[in-house]
Design a binder for this molecule. Structure first.
Ligand code: DGL
Length: 283
């Protein structure tokens, strides 16, 4: 460590996602951990991740990991469900191979644990992108916490892009959301995992269609508790008494990130730095 490096506790928590969707996760982290500093990377140039192959997602995640380690992150949060489901093990392996001791948290495990705790009927639903459903990551995680539960998974290939383009939400967005609810209604689930960063934005539509008795589990809140526990266990919690800072990196256009991002974060977005990763591969 150089003389000018901040002590580990005062380094930022790095969060990354395929774009602005992970700001729904960051929002929960900012609320639950107000004294921490955050550095968020949105890979907007390569959004969406949800229809990409596992190999591609792993390559992207490892590339972003290197960048965030170079920015001295004390903890790495993979806020993207597609990247978490395809690349979490690879990112963890990479961390083990460094001597930095940086822990990595994804969104699949915390959401699955909470869903397993909440479900009484043991019939759980999942809405997620194609990549996330295909990975089987939620099937494994839910089985791990509730071996007696049945998971009904619905791949929603167009839902994240529709939500992202969809402000203000119109009847077409509502019809899309309602259609994806049908298999979950048929399966009579009592708990639904929102397995994509964008879906909290349509939570009221989902709740109305699924009924007030169905618990919706989003990754942000589930993850915040895991981040807090991890920081405490590793003695890495910030000692600051003031509110922490939050800064942004994005691979696409900065002003588009700002305009879209503030809708997802529902907080002001000031400092955004454009960063180049390898070639922007079209989805
Ligand atoms: N962050 C992505 C996810 O949670 C949003 C969708 C996408 O990039 O396709 O899966």
């Amino acid at each position: 460590m150089t003389a000018s490096a901040p002590p580990p506790r005062e380094r930022p928590i790095a969060v990354f996602d395929s774009g602005v969707g992970g700001l729904t996760v960051l929002q929960e982290l900012l609320v639950e951990l107000p004294h921490e500093d955050f550095l968020y990377l949105g890979d907007t140039a390569r959004f969406p991740y949800g229809e990409r192959s596992a190999a591609e997602l792993e390559r992207f995640a490892l590339e972003i990991t290197e960048l965030l380690l170079a920015r001295r992150a004390k903890l790495l949060v993979v806020a993207c469900n597609a990247a978490s489901s395809a690349a979490l093990d690879a990112v963890r392996e990479r961390m083990v191979s460094t001597t930095l001791g940086v822990e990595v948290l994804g969104v699949i495990d915390p959401e699955s644990r909470i869903a397993a705790e909440r479900s009484r009927s043991r019939r759980i639903g999942l809405l997620a992108t194609t990549a996330t459903v295909a990975s089987g990551a939620y099937d494994r995680a839910v089985r791990n916490y509730a071996s007696d539960a049945t998971l009904t998974s619905v791949a929603c290939p167009d839902l994240a892009p529709i939500i992202q383009r969809g402000f203000p939400f119109d009847r077409q967005v509502e019809e899309t959301v309602r259609a994806y609810c049908e298999p979950l209604r048929e399966a009579d689930v009592d708990t639904v995992i929102l397995g994509c960063t964008h879906y909290p934005l349509v939570a009221p539509m989902l709740q109305r269609r699924l009924g007030p008795g169905v618990a919706l589990i989003s990754s942000g809140r589930a993850l915040a508790a895991s981040v807090a526990t991890t920081l405490q266990r590793a003695n890495l919690g910030s000692t600051a008494s003031d509110e922490g800072t939050y800064r942004f990196l994005c691979t696409g256009d900065v002003e588009t990130f700002r305009a879209l991002g503030s809708r997802f974060l529902q907080m002001p977005i000031d400092e955004i730095e454009h960063v180049e990763l390898s070639s922007a591969v079209p989805a």
